[in-house]
Ligand binder design. Structure first.
Ligand code: 5AD
Ligand code: SF4
Length: 476
């Protein structure tokens, strides 16, 4: 068996002890990349999880193409398979282990296939131990902080060495990585990396490291280039975009200022995700009210509706404070659509606490929500909390919650029947080539008959029918 070189292993405990310190920006030198190592080879990149992972996947694909690889969707044809993983819930991890098992056969079937694992799971010690004990088919493991080292790491893996190279924390931001994006009309742009919130249930502050905001000039350079290339919609990305700039030495420039400045560009549509209720400020809400290029939709994860549970979760706001912000949003941005994330069955959540979540969902009138059963993450504070609710009870709570949430989706669609909405066309519908689909300003999925030539364009659609998951309409 090949020898494994363990250059550095992750350490969740060490990751939690990081200090503020100076953030250094590295400028990636694309000319230093050996563009021959992937020549004539195929690479398959499988990305799971959040938009942050998708953005990393875009950079990984950008790098692989620079190395000479061609990208394929077919893992059975690929010379290199990379699993870009998510660690936010146990289910996401189990799925990856299933795929790793399947890849053993792929590797046996063809000589010289390399398999790599990266992303948030790579940042956990338990993942490294499991790979070393059970999955010799994995040749390369790297983390969320060293994607830019991929060219070097691949070279080493190709020379027959197994390599594990994961850093627990990072004080760097890497600029100028090449990126291959899925769409030509809408793009995600990171404005910050990492998270310093340490919500008690969440693994992200450990796997993605400390909060690091990108310099305004670097964000603008990327966005200006995208606008010049014809992009209509940009979504600003970060684990807590509302805390943008709070890590700068001079923290007087805030997220609201960034929005005001971006509103001066020619960009047609601006969105941002994800938001933290404690940090969402009036300046941001006013920017949404003042600039029509900022879309009237906000994803504002509430997580729970009981103040006791919110405190256990370390969320830094009460139900009342959350509702106050929602009310201000609704007053200043009339017609705004608000969506959220909710966790049920958190350790110690009682039936009464859960009912408070249901009440809040009704009061906030969410028009959509991602709902989850709490999943214990080793290394987080909540993993030590006593949990005496059965899984059957938790599943029942999720089902009850989803019924209310789905009513919100439908209501949110019904209010547009008979109205004309602007849609940015993403592509053809999965089930029917003659149906186009895209998102309205309020972030509602719209399906309508139309020609493929409209893909990437902004069109007007009259809404004729509201369904739970989408609205139907006709082009006008
Ligand atoms: N269990 C269940 N859901 C979680 N989330 C984050 N951590 C956990 C966990 N341990 C959810 C939160 C967050 C979303 C991205 O994932 O609702 O907003
Ligand atoms: Fe996780 Fe909380 Fe940070 Fe969101 S804000 S990534 S839930 S720790």
């Amino acid at each position: 068996m090949k020898k494994t070189i363990v250059k550095s292993k992750p350490d969740l405990n060490q990751a939690s002890k990081r200090t503020a310190g100076i953030i250094e920006t590295i400028r990636f030198d694309i000319n230093a990349v050996d563009s021959l190592i992937g020549q004539g080879k195929l690479a398959n990149v499988q990305t799971y999880g959040c938009q942050g992972n998708v953005a990393d996947g875009d950079a990984i694909i950008g790098l692989l193409e620079k190395l000479g690889y061609k990208i394929t969707d077919d893992e059975n044809q690929a010379d290199l398979i990379l699993l870009n993983t998510c660690a936010v819930r146990e289910g996401a991890e189990n799925k990856i282990w299933g795929i790793v098992g399947r890849l053993k056969r792929v590797k046996k079937a063809r000589n010289g296939v390399l398999i790599g694992l990266c992303g948030c799971m790579a940042q956990e010690e338990t993942t490294i131990t499991t790979i070393q004990e059970k999955y010799p088919q994995i040749d390369l493991v790297f983390g969320t902080h060293n994607i830019h080292e991929l060219p070097h790491m691949l070279k080493q893996a190709m020379s027959g060495q197994k390599l594990i190279q994961v850093y627990s924390d990072s004080s760097t931001i890497v600029e100028e990585l090449p990126r291959v994006r899925e769409y030509k009309h809408k793009a995600f742009v990171n404005i910050m990396y990492g998270c310093d919130e340490f919500c008690s249930y969440c693994i992200v502050p450990y796997t993605r490291g400390k909060k690091r905001s990108r310099a305004k000039a670097d964000i603008f350079k990327e966005i200006d280039d995208l606008i010049l290339s014809g992009y209509s919609e940009i979504t600003l990305l970060g684990q807590n975009v509302n805390a943008y700039g709070t890590d700068f030495e001079d923290s007087s420039y805030s997220f609201g200022d960034l929005l005001d400045d971006l509103a001066k560009t020619n960009l047609k549509r601006l969105r941002f995700t994800t938001n933290h209720p404690h940090y969402l400020d009036e300046k941001t809400i006013k920017a949404m009210a003042n600039h029509s290029m900022i879309m009237p939709h906000l994803h504002l994860p509430v997580q729970a509706g009981s103040n006791r549970v919110l405190e256990l979760m370390n969320r830094k706001y009460t139900k009342e404070e959350y509702l106050e912000k929602i009310n201000l949003l609704k007053v200043l941005v009339p017609g705004i659509s608000i969506t959220t994330d909710i966790i049920v069955g958190f350790s110690g959540e009682s039936q009464k606490d859960f009912e408070e979540t249901l009440d809040l969902v009704k009061e906030a009138a969410f028009e959509g929500a991602f709902t989850f059963i709490y999943s214990k993450r080793e290394g987080t504070p909540a993993a030590l909390f006593k949990d005496d609710t059965s899984i059957e009870e938790k599943k029942l709570r999720l089902k009850t919650l989803n019924t209310v949430v789905n009513e919100g989706y439908l209501k949110g669609h019904k209010r547009f029947v008979g109205e004309i909405v602007e849609v940015l066309v993403d592509g053809v519908s999965k089930n029917n080539e003659l149906i186009l689909s895209g998102y309205s300003q309020h972030n509602k999925l719209v399906n309508f008959p139309g020609d493929k030539s409209l893909i990437g364009k902004l069109v007007s659609v009259k809404i004729t029918k509201a369904n739970t998951w989408f609205m139907s309409g006709e082009l006008i």
